[in-house]
Write a protein that binds this ligand. Structure first.
Ligand code: VG1
Ligand code: CO
Length: 543
């Protein structure tokens, strides 16, 4: 077998963001671009010679071609064993599980998550380490450093291997195993949840719709919900992963999963609705006539997790990303367990999970997970919800109303301004940063600022410090505003404004969040001058 060393040169713009490297698919398809980054990964993680790697992605356009290239490069870089999901598919949480279960050195996961796919869409790649989680900052920094100095990459001259049949191929010194991507994940879920109780609930007539959005979760949801738990055929819709996600945008938000939201608000709504994103790590859950924010979902899961067999002993602690609402903190307070606040991005939960300090964690962006893997896990969250509903015998709407009555309601919304001029967005953030010292004590559209800072995080396990993670403004009456720029967008900049207010009085809970948060939304505009500085009159996406 011939191994080629190909001369190359550093390519600009390969700095990893919140979740690996994300670019337009056509950028990744440029000759040598993917190869450059993959070589930088292999070197940045200290070499893969003699190691086992898990490889798979969400099935989007270019997934199959990229996997062939990565296999050939892993062979050329001396990998001992490659575990590849059949068809090149792995949901992100399933890949995390396989890395952990097989004791692999790490994995290469191909996905741009909830971003649209296709030749004109987005593509992404990231490295997960031996714990199954996204590489921490130190490692992504090393990888980036390699991209700025790389002069050559290595690739084996072998023909493509078939990804469609389960089996083993030997390429030089490397064993390539094509495996069923669903099997191990199913047994993990069986160990965590009371499948008999959930199937009894379906048998008794409980109805649900799961929208897989033509993305990675389809085969997992079909096998577990319909195949094992006995939900009627047709419960899982859009279950076949497609390279362009059926032309849709695999983001389970009210805009892109509108059909599901409309169904759940209609008279013919099933008992429960759920959807996941492109790579299967996000989830959204809906009740008949009830919308649940991801922040509230995290809080309610924390309050009820002990009802499922895998969490019967209770939780060691919980964590949320800084912009996630503080609803879960109130649950932790009542349970007497620690609550951690981390920067945005799942990699920051890794040390807390590995060290046993937390059991459950989540983000406002529709991500919830636990110590069972090192990624957020969409289907896991749906199964935990089903388990809780089966045990409590109550509707999601009732569980939510009771939760708010017990803990108070944290009204929450996120306003996104997408594809904003990057310089204008940076200038807006810089100006806010400059204002920070002057804000405490000031009154903004009737709200008094209590404190204001640019969030910095010191990892309690390894002491590493991460700065500039978002502008955080707390007001005297429990309102909070957070401003940050997205690290996953591929066009211009995306400004995210996170808006929240706590309301203890149950008599004031049955109000639309946009209405309840009106004054805080006004304060955001007054402080950041979003309209004037971005030229936008309204957010592109409201969640
Ligand atoms: C967004 C979310 C963040 C999430 C990240 C990856 O990042 O806000 O919470 O961790 O996407 O999600 P940003 O930087 O655009 O705000 V996904 O489902 O990659 O895996
Ligand atoms: Co995702």
């Amino acid at each position: 077998m011939n191994i080629r060393t190909v001369a190359t040169k550093p390519i600009e713009g390969q700095k990893p963001g919140t979740s690996g490297l994300r670019k337009k698919t056509r950028v990744f398809m440029q000759p040598g671009y993917l190869e450059n980054y993959v070589q930088a990964i292999f070197e940045g993680v200290g070499g893969v010679s003699g190691e086992t790697l898990v490889i798979g992605g969400d099935g989007r356009f270019f997934n199959d071609k990229a996997i062939q290239t990565i296999i050939k490069m892993a062979v050329a870089n001396g990998a001992k064993r490659l575990i590849v999901g059949r068809g090149g598919l792995f949901s992100t949480p399933a890949a995390s599980n396989v890395i952990r279960k097989t004791g692999a050195f790490g994995g290469v996961i191909l996905s741009a998550s909830h971003n649209p796919g296709g030749e004109d869409g987005d593509f992404g790649i990231k490295f997960n380490g031996a714990n199954g989680g996204p590489a921490p900052e130190g490692v992504t920094g090393e990888i980036f450093a390699r991209t700025t100095a790389i002069m050559e990459y290595r690739i084996a001259d072998v023909s493509d291997i078939s990804l469609d049949a389960i089996g083993t191929t030997v390429l030089g010194n490397t064993v390539v195993d094509i495996v069923d991507p669903v099997e191990d994940y199913v047994s993990l879920m069986e160990g965590l949840f009371d499948f008999d109780r959930i199937s009894a609930m379906f048998k008794a007539g409980f109805t649900m719709r799961f929208d897989a959005m033509h993305a990675a979760t389809g085969p997992y949801a079909k096998r577990i919900l319909e195949g094992i738990l006995g939900a009627p055929a047709g419960t899982v819709v859009n279950a076949v992963p497609l390279p362009d996600f059926g032309g849709g945008h695999p983001d389970p938000n009210p805009i892109y999963a509108k059909e599901l939201y409309d169904l759940m608000a209609s008279p013919g709504a099933p008992d429960f609705g759920a959807a996941s994103d492109g790579d299967g790590d996000r989830n959204i859950v809906l009740g008949r006539g009830a919308v649940v924010t991801p922040s509230d979902s995290l809080a309610m899961l924390a309050a009820n997790a002990h009802l499922a067999k895998g969490y019967r002993r209770g939780l060691a602690g919980v964590a949320r990303s800084m912009p996630t609402s503080r609803a879960v903190d109130r649950v932790a307070g009542k349970l007497g367990i620690p609550a951690f606040e981390t920067p945005t991005g799942w990699k920051f939960f890794g040390n807390l999970l590995d060290d046993g300090r937390i059991t459950l964690c989540g983000e406002e962006s529709a991500g919830t997970g636990s110590d069972h893997v090192r990624e957020k896990d969409g289907l896991w969250a749906v199964l935990l919800w089903l388990n809780i509903i089966a045990v409590r015998g109550e509707s999601l709407a009732d569980i939510q109303t009771k939760h708010w009555a017990e803990f108070g309601r944290t009204f929450y919304t996120r306003h996104d301004y997408e594809a904003v001029d990057a310089a204008a967005a940076e200038a807006l953030m810089d100006r806010l940063r400059g204002l920070l010292p002057t804000l405490p004590g000031q009154t903004v559209t009737g709200l008094t600022v209590e404190s204001a800072d640019d969030f910095a995080y010191t990892d309690p396990v390894d002491g590493s410090v991460t700065r500039k993670q978002g502008i955080r403004i707390l007001f005297a009456d429990g309102e909070r505003l957070v401003f940050r720029l997205s690290g996953t967008g591929t066009e211009g900049a995306t400004l995210r404004v996170y808006i929240e207010n706590f309301e203890p009085d149950p008599a004031k809970h049955a109000v639309d969040a946009q209405v309840a948060l009106g004054p805080v939304i006004q304060a955001a505009e007054a402080l950041a001058e979003i309209k004037a500085r971005t030229g936008r009159t309204a957010p592109d996406v409201v969640t």
